[in-house]
Write a protein that binds this ligand. Structure first.
Ligand code: SMG
Ligand code: MG
Length: 379
């Protein structure tokens, strides 16, 4: 594989409704796409990747401008410098990307987007789907939905009722101090024994254990990331005080971090997000590790467009993803997606079986949502 052209395309897409978490409210999304053209076996193939950074460093240290900068200045040049065939006769592909970028510290979301684009081009060159590449045999996955903090409990009940009517098989409520016991109790009372879980996005301290223990009464599937990203030991201490299983999201930045969390007893469940861990290949390693340890996993979401959403659905078809993921229909966030939309059917979303990671973005949608684009010079 030899890189011919790399373009970083930033879109600006309104959300159908504000999405509020413990770290703030999102009204729009700025998806960052990597469009990469490479020569593979004598033909030019284009691949697409999606970077899941938010506009600001509020979920993770990375953010939109940092990702664009590190991609243009370090990551793309590092790949462009790879010889076509580093090991005799074996042209490099997605499997070589993490190694080639390893000398750049951190920036997993930017690295994941570039690896995605390479993998997409590589799979398109051989008309292989991501599901086929991963060995996934399922043709659809169950679909859960993440529900933001609402202005009132009444509004929350209306929103949750709407999602249940659409067929979502699992509800996740965002919580924060002051919006926890009451909304969870209200949803349980109104909707009964539905699969229900909560996500705190690091909003609590270990000293909140007595409060969090009161959530045990509601028989939740899990509580996601109650404490700070680097508080593995404290998550383990909290786990000993709660009956509700602890699931880690922000803390799991790599397979090594997952191994540490499992060994410490800090994670009974792992939310796997390919962007957060540096790509689909590392995500697969975490899946394999968790499965071998009997730790349940599910696939998280970052309000992806149809590109990342389709790829997540394929990943979630692996057998260790035993809980429904945050893989909702496109229209849960976007009135118009940039690809053919991901749709909900009988509480499930279909796994893409065409070439590459996802359906291609529609050129008119890229124009409609265009915000910024820059070609990265390849030396
Ligand atoms: O894509 O359905 C989705 C969003 C799921 O809640 C979701 N993601 O911490 O898990 C999480 C959040 C991170 C993004 S919040 C803007
Ligand atoms: Mg989360």
């Amino acid at each position: 594989m030899r890189l011919r052209e790399v373009e970083l395309i930033t879109l600006r897409m309104p959300l159908v409704a504000p999405f509020t978490t413990s770290f703030g409210q999102q009204d729009e999304r700025f998806p960052l796409l990597v469009r990469l053209t490479a020569e593979i076996g004598g033909t030019e193939v284009t691949g697409w990747g999606e970077c899941v950074v938010l506009a600001d460093p509020v979920y993770s240290p990375e953010y939109l401008d940092s990702a664009r900068e590190v991609l243009a200045r370090y990551l793309v040049p590092a790949l462009a410098a790879l010889p076509d065939s580093p090991q005799q006769g074996a042209p490099w592909g997605a499997e070589a990307v993490a190694g080639a970028l390893h000398h750049i510290v951190g920036h997993p979301m930017a690295k994941a987007a570039l690896e995605m684009a390479v993998l997409d081009a590589q799979l398109r060159a051989t008309s292989t789907s991501l599901a086929g590449y991963l060995g996934v045999v399922a043709d659809s996955v169950p679909s859960g939905v993440s529900v933001g903090i609402q202005p009132s409990v009444e509004e929350l009940l209306e929103v949750v009722g709407g999602y249940l009517a659409e067929g979502y098989v699992r509800i996740k409520l965002k919580i924060r101090p002051g919006w926890d016991l009451e909304p969870v109790r209200a949803v349980r009372e109104r909707f009964g024994d539905i699969p229900l879980q909560v996500d705190a996005n690091t909003a609590y301290r270990l000293s909140d254990a007595p409060l969090l223990r009161r959530l045990d009464a509601f028989d939740l599937l899990l509580i996601e990331q109650p404490l700070a990203e680097d508080d593995l030991r404290q998550h383990a201490a909290l786990a000993r005080q709660l009956a509700t299983p602890i699931c880690l999201d922000e803390s799991i930045t790599s397979a090594a971090a997952a191994a540490d969390a499992i060994a410490l007893g800090a994670a009974a469940v792992i939310n796997i997000k390919p962007g957060r861990v540096g790509g689909y290949l590392e995500a697969r390693r975490i899946h394999d590790l968790a499965r071998a340890h009997g730790v349940a996993t599910w696939c998280g979401g970052m309000l992806e467009t149809g590109i990342g959403r389709a790829a997540n659905a394929a990943l979630a078809g692996l057998p260790g993803f035993t809980l429904p993921g945050d893989i909702s229909a496109s229209h849960r966030f976007y009135a118009t997606d940039i690809t053919d939309p991901v749709v909900l059917e009988g509480g499930r979303v279909a796994i893409w079986t065409g070439p590459g990671l996802s359906p291609l973005p529609h050129p008119d949608a890229l124009v409609e949502f265009a915000h910024h684009s820059a070609r990265v010079p390849l030396a």
